[in-house]
Design a protein around this ligand. Sequence first.
Ligand code: ATP
Length: 199
Amino acid sequence: MYLKSIEIQGFKSFANKILFEFHNGITGIVGPNGSGKSNVADAVRWVLGEQRAKQLRGGSMQDVIFAGTELRKPQGFAYVAITLDNSDHQLAIDYDEVTVSRRLYRSGESEYKINGSTCRLKDISELFYDTGIGKEGYSIIGQGQIDKILSGKPEERRELFDEAAGIVKFKRRKAIAQKKLEDEKQNLVRVSDILSELE
Ligand code: ATP
């Protein structure tokens, strides 16, 4: 699996539609300070479901929408799509190529898609569990992140190893099952209360 392309429109400094295509080998994005290099990494984090505006260096989520300049009007929406080669089927989906997209309007309305079909944020998160690609994955290492990992709490570091070991999805499923079990226990207590009242 590898990243084939990133399409960006109306996201941060990218008012016009722009397509980054990645080929074999290493690709570097270079440019003067403030030209938008980090915005490309932010776009990838965002499309993978980042919900924390602060992680995207903004105050609110609407800050990702192109705010306009002296010469250009602000945009009405931000759009990012990433396309991954999935010919090795590392992503558990029956396609050799997977495109994930996210669109956000100023009204706050947003839309996620996987290969053109509308989906929930949850579907995107689940698609990338244990691949290192998700918004919490280690495939995007931001400035200062290594330092944060080294000086972080052992539990936070453990999350990184869990992702690499491929056990995150099992932990999530276990947590959901435990929650259900707890709810059922509460229901049983209620039923036995009702039964004892009837007796
Ligand atoms: P450096 O090399 O200093 O780290 P960089 O190339 O990584 O810089 P970025 O931080 O990606 O640059 O981009 C910053 C630019 O993006 C700023 O000029 C800022 O005004 C612009 N920008 C951020 N959000 C928006 C927005 N919503 N609308 C328009 N421009 C934006």
